[in-house]
Design a binder for this molecule. Sequence first.
Ligand SMILES: [Zn+2]
Ligand SMILES: [Zn+2]
Length: 310
Amino acid sequence: MRDLTKKCACGRPAILLRRYEGRYYCDHCLSKQIEKSFKKTTGKNHLIKKNDKICIALSGGKDSSSLLYLFWKVFRQRRDLKIFALIIDEGIGNYRKECIKEAEKLCKKLGIKLYKTSFKKELGITIDKVAKKTSKTCTYCGVFKRYLLNKKARELGATKLAVAHNLDDEAQAIIMNVIRCDLKRFERLGPIPGVIRDKKFVPRIKPLRQIHEKELYLYAATNSLPFCSKECPYSHDNVRRDVRKLINDLEEKYPGTKIQIVKFYDAIIKKLAIQKKGKLGHCKKCGEPTNQEICKACELLERLKNTKKD
Ligand SMILES: [Zn+2]
Ligand SMILES: [Zn+2]
């Protein structure tokens, strides 16, 4: 084994030990590595095409703030591209409001236009109200958020919707779908989830899916990006929490586990070549893309209407 000192190869003080590489990184070299990974994922998977209008889904947290900053840093010279951001207020006390402030600061700093919308305005409901009717808050919130992000991005003329899923999110999603034996959702993971051709569907891209959550935190912090680190008060999805712990324990014991899970997924999905087969219809109620008669968002809204308050 190599003799490790707490200095980066460049001589500067280290802020991170990448255990799966056995290498220490300083803030500069880590930023460079992250930018390299971002470029590699976008390039290798052809995530960005000429004249793309990219809508970045912001939450105000470290991941999406880093995503926006990376787009700005790497692509701001590209005159053919248009980059803007979108943030959704789910209506969770003051939680998102504080994050929106950070998102506004970042967008102002980079000169990127930020669009805002809310569950209340678009769906007539808040997550605080949903939580009073069901314990599956995260499911409802996730469905509504995907629904609105697609709808709004499309209305804003986006040709791509960039989301900030990191390596940890991706590895967790893969294992969760294995546990639930959900092949449909499993197929939809990957760098361009659900590459489905439909004029109402904005393809979602995930340029951060090869980057560790911990490294994104360091990236956001060392580049002085405004972000909020509050956790959603409703985030107690038991399965995800357990899977996260399981994968983190494995990573600790066997460095590189997260990368291997995602690599294994990519290899399988290529072999199965099932990603591009899907075709979408449109919801009979709202007209948004769906593979069912009624889309999931409309189904859940209807279910909420019929649920009596406790
Ligand atoms: Zn260095
Ligand atoms: Zn619908």
